[in-house]
Design a protein. Structure first.
Length: 101
Protein backbone atom coordinates (compact mmCIF):
# COMPACT_ATOMS: atom_id res chain seq x y z
CA UNK A 1 0.00 0.00 0.00
CA UNK A 2 2.79 2.45 0.92
CA UNK A 3 4.63 1.83 -2.35
CA UNK A 4 1.43 2.26 -4.35
CA UNK A 5 0.62 5.57 -2.61
CA UNK A 6 4.16 6.80 -3.25
CA UNK A 7 4.16 5.90 -6.95
CA UNK A 8 0.51 6.26 -8.03
CA UNK A 9 -0.54 9.10 -10.27
CA UNK A 10 -3.17 11.56 -9.09
CA UNK A 11 -6.66 10.15 -9.64
CA UNK A 12 -5.58 6.51 -9.87
CA UNK A 13 -7.36 4.02 -7.60
CA UNK A 14 -6.50 0.79 -5.89
CA UNK A 15 -8.90 -1.66 -4.29
CA UNK A 16 -7.50 -2.57 -0.90
CA UNK A 17 -10.30 -4.86 0.28
CA UNK A 18 -13.52 -6.49 -0.84
CA UNK A 19 -16.08 -7.79 1.61
CA UNK A 20 -17.28 -6.11 4.79
CA UNK A 21 -14.24 -4.53 6.40
CA UNK A 22 -15.64 -4.25 9.93
CA UNK A 23 -16.71 -7.90 10.00
CA UNK A 24 -13.61 -9.19 8.21
CA UNK A 25 -11.34 -7.54 10.81
CA UNK A 26 -13.38 -8.82 13.78
CA UNK A 27 -12.01 -11.58 16.02
CA UNK A 28 -15.52 -12.74 16.88
CA UNK A 29 -17.49 -12.30 13.64
CA UNK A 30 -14.98 -13.10 10.90
CA UNK A 31 -14.58 -16.49 9.28
CA UNK A 32 -11.04 -15.52 8.25
CA UNK A 33 -7.85 -16.82 9.84
CA UNK A 34 -5.95 -14.72 12.36
CA UNK A 35 -3.22 -14.17 9.75
CA UNK A 36 -5.71 -12.98 7.11
CA UNK A 37 -7.46 -10.67 9.59
CA UNK A 38 -4.10 -9.18 10.61
CA UNK A 39 -3.19 -8.58 6.95
CA UNK A 40 -6.53 -6.88 6.26
CA UNK A 41 -6.20 -4.78 9.40
CA UNK A 42 -2.68 -3.71 8.42
CA UNK A 43 -3.65 -2.67 4.88
CA UNK A 44 -6.78 -0.84 6.08
CA UNK A 45 -4.74 0.97 8.72
CA UNK A 46 -2.16 2.07 6.14
CA UNK A 47 -4.95 3.32 3.89
CA UNK A 48 -6.43 5.30 6.80
CA UNK A 49 -3.05 6.82 7.67
CA UNK A 50 -2.50 7.82 4.03
CA UNK A 51 -5.94 9.45 4.09
CA UNK A 52 -5.14 11.34 7.30
CA UNK A 53 -1.96 12.62 5.61
CA UNK A 54 -4.03 13.84 2.64
CA UNK A 55 -2.37 11.42 0.22
CA UNK A 56 -5.50 9.47 -0.73
CA UNK A 57 -9.26 9.72 -0.62
CA UNK A 58 -11.02 6.60 0.69
CA UNK A 59 -14.40 5.41 -0.48
CA UNK A 60 -16.43 2.26 -0.89
CA UNK A 61 -18.72 0.87 -3.57
CA UNK A 62 -21.58 -1.40 -2.64
CA UNK A 63 -21.47 -4.70 -4.51
CA UNK A 64 -24.26 -6.50 -2.67
CA UNK A 65 -25.75 -7.07 0.77
CA UNK A 66 -22.89 -6.64 3.30
CA UNK A 67 -20.40 -6.69 0.40
CA UNK A 68 -18.32 -3.66 -0.58
CA UNK A 69 -15.21 -2.74 -2.54
CA UNK A 70 -12.91 -0.49 -0.51
CA UNK A 71 -10.92 1.88 -2.69
CA UNK A 72 -8.18 4.45 -2.26
CA UNK A 73 -7.78 7.22 -4.83
CA UNK A 74 -4.46 9.06 -5.01
CA UNK A 75 -4.80 12.76 -4.31
CA UNK A 76 -2.34 15.50 -5.15
CA UNK A 77 0.63 16.17 -2.91
CA UNK A 78 3.75 18.27 -3.23
CA UNK A 79 5.78 15.42 -1.67
CA UNK A 80 8.10 13.25 -3.74
CA UNK A 81 7.86 9.41 -3.48
CA UNK A 82 10.72 9.04 -0.95
CA UNK A 83 9.16 11.76 1.22
CA UNK A 84 5.77 10.05 1.01
CA UNK A 85 7.23 6.72 2.13
CA UNK A 86 8.98 8.44 5.03
CA UNK A 87 5.82 10.27 6.10
CA UNK A 88 3.79 7.04 5.96
CA UNK A 89 6.36 5.13 8.01
CA UNK A 90 6.57 7.88 10.64
CA UNK A 91 2.78 8.10 10.90
CA UNK A 92 2.44 4.33 11.12
CA UNK A 93 5.07 4.10 13.86
CA UNK A 94 3.37 6.90 15.79
CA UNK A 95 0.01 5.16 15.49
CA UNK A 96 1.55 1.88 16.69
CA UNK A 97 3.01 3.61 19.75
CA UNK A 98 -0.27 5.21 20.82
CA UNK A 99 -1.86 3.62 23.82
CA UNK A 100 -5.62 3.03 23.93
CA UNK A 101 -7.59 5.38 26.17
Amino acid sequence: MCDWVASAQIGHCIQYHEGLLLRDRSETNSDLTTKDRARIHSVARRAWIACELGLVHLFSQKVGEDHYRYLAMRSSSPLKPPEIRTQLRIAQMAASNRKPH
